[in-house]
Structures are given as C-alpha cells and as structure tokens.
Design a protein around this ligand. Structure first.
Ligand code: MG
Length: 337
C-alpha cells in the first residue's frame, strides 16, 4: 500500500471559545492510502491538545508507521489491530488511517459506507449546531444565523452562563444541549441543572471533570436531565467504567481511534443501556462524512465541525431537515471542493 500524509489548515468562520480555550484556526492532518488497483482512500486526523496531540505529533506518529507490507486492504482487523497498539497515544493519527481504509474498501466495493455497515439513513437524528461562547449580542446574531438547525449546542462553564442562555432564548425556542467541558463541581452542576431544565435544555454534556466518576454517579441520580460523558469517554474501556455514572456517552471518531473503535464503543454502550451521541472536532467534510455514515446508530448527532470552517477542502455532505446526510457515493463519498 502507498501511504502519504500532509497537514491542512482549517480557518474558522468565528473564533471558537469553550470554557478552557479559544481558537481561530485548526491544524489537521490528511492521510491517503492507495492500493495495488490504484484505488485511493482518504482520512483525517483532528488532533486535540486536550489529549496531548498536535498536527506535529500526529505527523511524527504517522512517519513512524509503514503500510508497505499491507497487501489486502480488506484485512482491516489485522491492519488496524496492529496500528492501534503502535498509535495508542496518538489516536487521531490512528483515526485518519482507519477512515482511509474504510473509504478505500467502500470504493472497491462500489458502496457508500452506511450501506457497508447495513444502516438506514432514515434513522439519522437531526444534528445540533454549536453556538460558541460570545457576548450576548453576538450570541443572538449567531442564533439567528443558525435557523436551519433543530437543536443548538451551547458551551457553558463561564461566569455569565445564564446571560448566554437568555440571549439565545430571546431569539429562539429550539431545544438546547449544554456542554460545560468539565467546568463545574457537583454542587454547581446541581444548581445549574435546575434552571437549565426550565430553559428547554434536553441534555448536559460533561458537567464534571474527566475522572470524577463518584461525582457523576451522585449527579446522575439527582439530575432532571440526561448527563452525557464526553471527555470521560475516550475508549470502549471507558464506557464500561461509566456504567451507572452517566446516562450516555459522546463518541467521536477522532477521540476513540476511528470507525472501528467507534462501532465497538456503540455496542458496549448499547449493551449497558446507555444513550449515544456522535460528536466531532473541527474537521473537514472527510472526518464529518465518516461519522455521518455511522450516525443512523445513535440517538444524538453533533456533527457540525465542517460547518464551522470557511475553507473546507471537500464537499458532499448534505443538510436536510436539520440532519447531516452522508454522500450517496462509494466509500466516504466526499470530493475535492
Ligand atoms: Mg463536548
């Protein structure tokens, strides 16, 4: 197999703020694999500083692996099992290779990935669209511009959380999802959950710090709203540990290691009767398309990463009735824009 990778700079439409950071652009890494038949597969790494990853660390990790001995790309278990050990600390690098192999296989078979997985696109839930932390005026403007979406996601964990929710409520009554990005204590979360449930919030993502499983257990018992773990739920093993602590998990391909790991997490979560959100980082249509093909399996979609950038190098995803639909073409189905 031929294998190459290169960095790509994604420019954000607006400065993106969450409780711990702000950014104007994102450095991701694209991966291409080409097999003996000349069929290509593309994948994307969206490295996150939170998980000690950067475009440099991903590039270094990818430079250390070789795919020259891979003869048959359909032997995914062999290839990805081996790589998941080698790329354990750089799971976004693993994600990019995983996506590229699935893309290539779908193209070889002539089917979109959702067909390969046996999934029905009618089951895809509407996506939420994130309104980043901003001044009340700016939040009202952003909310008005987001009229095509059935659900909005708001990043909280600031000193003026109530003001931001009121600003959105001034101009919209759609259901809200709240993400505190690990910013609250159990007591703060309990207090916030009370007023948030009166504001038409349908769930709260990662209210507490990553490792506070006891806190999550106490909070979930008392919470009027579903509690969804994001930062706490990186891998299938984490989903096992979170049983009884949260109502659901937010699975992201670039957090867990790609489609193969995400499918495993989905099955583990379902076996434990947990709700599932499928989320993303700031990603081009490559990464979001991979997730969209899997999204008929989940309860909540949060696949707005490509909508937040203004120089998406790829195209093919559709927004229909508030839902992000994967392309109907073989593999990931995306094309250069
Ligand atoms: Mg989150």
């Amino acid at each position: 197999m031929e294998f190459s990778h290169w960095p790509v700079t994604l420019e954000l439409r607006d400065t993106f703020r969450i409780s711990r950071e702000a950014s104007d652009r994102r450095e991701n890494v694209l991966v291409k694999v080409v097999d003996e038949s000349g069929t290509e597969g593309l994948g994307e790494a969206a490295p996150s500083g939170y998980y000690q990853q950067s475009a440099d660390s991903v590039t270094q990790a990818l430079s250390r692996i070789s795919l020259t001995n891979v003869g048959d790309p359909f032997l995914l278990e062999d290839v990805l099992c081996d790589l998941s050990g080698k790329l354990r600390n750089q799971r976004s690098a693993l994600t990019a290779v995983d996506m590229a192999f699935y893309d290539l296989i779908g193209k070889r078979l002539g089917v979109p990935l959702y067909r390969l997985f046996g999934l029905n696109c009618d089951r895809i839930p509407a996506t939420s669209f994130t309104i980043g932390i901003a001044s009340p005026d700016e939040m009202r403007r952003k909310t008005e511009r987001a009229a095509d979406y059935r659900t909005l996601k708001v990043k909280l964990g600031t000193d003026n959380d109530r003001e931001m929710i009121s600003a959105i409520r001034d101009v919209s009554s759609v259901p809200l999802r709240v993400d505190a990005n690990a910013a609250w204590s159990v007591d703060e979360a309990l207090e916030n959950l009370k007023w948030l449930s009166d504001e038409g919030v349908e769930l709260v993502e990662q209210p507490l710090s990553k490792d506070d499983l006891d806190g999550f257990r106490r909070l979930s018992d008392l919470s009027p709203l579903p509690i969804i773990a994001d930062e706490s739920a990186e891998t299938p093993e984490d989903v096992v540990k979170l049983r009884g602590c949260v109502h659901g998990v937010n699975i992201k391909l670039n957090k867990c290691g790609g489609l193969r790991a995400a499918i495993e997490m989905i099955h583990v979560a379902r076996a434990q009767e947990m709700q599932i959100m499928l989320g993303c980082f700031i990603e081009s249509s490559i990464g979001i398309s991979a997730a969209a093909h899997l999204s008929p399996l989940v309860d909540y979609a949060d696949l707005d990463g490509h909508l937040l950038i203004r120089n998406d190098p790829f195209t093919g995803l559709r927004l229909q009735g508030g839902r992000i639909l994967p392309p109907d073409r073989p593999g990931l189905g995306i094309q250069p824009s």
